[in-house]
Write a protein that binds this ligand. Sequence first.
Ligand SMILES: Cc1cc2nc3c(=O)[nH]c(=O)nc-3n(C[C@H](O)[C@H](O)[C@H](O)COP(=O)(O)OP(=O)(O)OC[C@H]3O[C@@H](n4cnc5c(N)ncnc54)[C@H](O)[C@@H]3O)c2cc1C
Length: 261
Amino acid sequence: MLAKADTPLMPVAGGTDLLVSWHHQVKDDWKLLDLSNLHTELQPLRLTDDSLEIGALTTYWDVMSSPSVAAAFPLLAQAARQVGAIQIQTRGTWAGNIANGSPAADGVPVMMAYSATVVLESVDGVTEVPLDRYYTGYKQSVRRPDQLIRAIRLPRRTRRAEWFHKVGARSAQAISKLGVAVVHDDDGWRVVANSVAPTVLRCRALESALDGGATFGTPNEIRRLLDLDIAPIDDMRSTAQYRANVLSRLLYHWLTDSAGG
Ligand SMILES: Cc1cc2nc3c(=O)[nH]c(=O)nc-3n(C[C@H](O)[C@H](O)[C@H](O)COP(=O)(O)OP(=O)(O)OC[C@H]3O[C@@H](n4cnc5c(N)ncnc54)[C@H](O)[C@@H]3O)c2cc1C
């Protein structure tokens, strides 16, 4: 159906993002594709010795309520517990979080820090795109309208450190003012931030410094590296200044005080 459509169809998974925009948009040209009949194909969580596959209809709740998945990928469960509240956690999907493309998405940073790939399927076949190369701009991605996100794949690796922190106005039902996920494994450091650029993004200058063994004496040293990648804005949730300062201080204290030190 995606391949044959004249105008792009919008797949509906949990509907928790789509229905928010319902009130704000002219919907005359909306054509929705309900995925709910594909539950058997798209929902399974498959954890093997090598990887975790998150089917496109897997919800936050599915991950939180799987002790083996939460133990193997703790940041997924941690981020899931901070998405919306129970109603959203039981409907919202990880794939919908990626496809919606919000720079404030909470699931995307942890998946990106875990080196996730996005499995895209169309009638032409299956391709896999690293999540850190999926976005091309604000709400823009490499996904073609005829492709469906079929699953997300996370490699299983021994990790030396991992951390997720979300800053919101309160503990539940809060969109991120900023958020950060960090993973350190044999491939090096991945530092992923949300709400500080048009897309969720890796802070590559800081990652390179950490890979080179850098240590930091002040938060401002981290801030200078972050500034090479991030471009926060002022909006109704926060200011650019607050976002950059808090992100650098959170990272500084985690790196110097705890597992990252
Ligand atoms: C009250 C409330 C609180 C929220 N709180 C948070 C929060 O704290 N953190 C957060 O990150 N988000 C939050 N959200 C946003 C939302 O819940 C999440 O982004 C969620 O993961 C979206 O998943 P969904 O399955 O509901 O997506 P949908 O609304 O069904 O779809 C979202 C987008 O993805 C596309 N899509 C869905 N599935 C596929 C697929 N398989 N292939 C291709 N495209 C697809 C749709 O066409 C649409 O463009 C909140 C939303 C609400 C209403």
